[in-house]
Design a binder for this molecule. Structure first.
Ligand code: GGG
Length: 353
């Protein structure tokens, strides 16, 4: 029996609704499979926690999380109560950085039973590899003066190590897929970091002669994701570009509510963290209608990370069967609740045992 110890951080808003739904699915898988079990330990770190304690997580939070096999996170942020940069940097981005989760893997594909807003799209199946430790998400800069003299400076940081490991990860992934990597650049407008990114991409690509490559400026690439998503296999992008591209990925699938993500620690020193692409959606929180598919697909990515590929494959297939059967939340045209969807997924898992 393999037991996986999972730290669970539902976080804010709909994170508190979709995480329990996904845990129910994981428990059902363990129950049906017999050979694995999950021990979930939940932490209340969130904006509520911040308002009580003045911080998003306790000082020893990172030390506590170190002992787990993975972190399973819902969503972070409640901007009417505290600014998003405070909540995100105090929890989500803190964990990504402290645990050297340098790669963020975000798939997008034509999802059975969900209508894409694109008119007659060809089937697409792509993965964005987002550099997750530096780039435009940096703490280097500052603000001075006020009024008309006010200045805000935000520096982007691109290291050879950070760029290389993201790009290399993308090539390794492409080797196992359709063998094509697209680099997201903007070297016509951003004169230092992006030519450097292009240079590193070209250098790494020489190590992979079997993998086809191309580079697109981020503006054109964003448009191509809408007009011809089926032409992409693996896209490698800097931190901010990757974040933006994957919201488009969610949109063309039919809802950001189904988009999953994995923050991967690639040196094996710390746990990886699994969280859907979407945020806390305060506008729909409390109504029980949040789409749990992003969180459930994220659970599938966690199963893959544990090497449970067959279970992960079956789980995604079951979720697609559920959407095909019409049991869907309102964001994808249905009237089901979060738990209706999760319960149907669990029912099918038990049926096909
Ligand atoms: N599911 C995690 C979450 O709350 N994401 C919101 C978000 O905007 N994250 C920013 C990022 O991924 O960099």
């Amino acid at each position: 029996m393999k037991n996986y110890e999972i730290a669970v951080i539902p976080g804010d808003g709909i994170g508190k609704e979709v995480v329990p739904a996904a845990l129910k699915v994981l428990d059902t898988i363990a129950d049906v499979h017999g050979g694995i079990s999950f021990k979930f330990t939940s932490f209340p770190w969130s904006v509520d926690y911040y308002l009580e304690h003045g911080k998003m997580m306790p000082d020893d939070g990172i030390t506590i999380l170190k002992g787990f096999d993975a972190v399973f996170l819902g969503a972070v942020g409640d901007p009417t109560r505290i600014p998003d940069h405070v909540s995100l940097w105090g929890l989500l981005i803190k964990i990504r950085r402290e645990f050297e989760q340098a790669i963020n893997v975000r798939p997008a594909k034509s999802f059975k039973g969900i209508t894409s807003p694109l008119l007659n799209p060809n089937d697409f199946d792509l993965i964005v590899v987002r550099e997750n430790s530096e780039g435009e998400y940096s703490e280097i800069g500052g603000r001075i003066h006020s009024g008309e003299d006010e200045i805000a400076i935000q520096n982007a940081v691109f290291t050879r190590k950070g760029s290389e490991r993201a790009i290399r990860y993308a090539f390794e992934l492409a080797k196992k897929r359709k063998g094509h990597v697209t680099s997201a650049t903007k070297s016509n407008g951003i004169v230092y970091s992006m030519p450097f990114w292009d240079q590193v991409f070209n250098e790494v690509s020489k190590e992979y002669p079997e993998v086809k490559t191309n580079s697109n400026h981020i503006d054109a690439l964003s448009a191509f994701l809408v007009t011809k998503p089926h032409t992409f296999d693996v896209i490698v992008a800097s931190n901010l570009f990757g974040d933006i591209l994957t919201d488009i990925g969610g949109a063309i699938m039919g809802s950001i509510g189904i988009a999953p993500a994995a923050n991967i620690n690639i040196n094996g020193k710390y746990p990886s963290m699994f969280e859907p692409v979407h945020g806390s959606a305060p506008d729909i929180y409390g109504r029980g209608i949040a789409n749990p598919i992003g969180q459930i697909w994220t659970a599938k990515m966690m199963l893959d990370y544990f090497g449970e590929y067959e279970l992960g494959r079956k789980l995604l297939k079951v979720v697609e069967e559920v959407t095909l059967s019409g049991i869907k939340t309102p964001d994808i045209g249905g009237s089901a609740t979060t738990m209706d969807v999760a319960d149907e997924v669990c029912k099918l898992i038990r049926k096909i045992r």
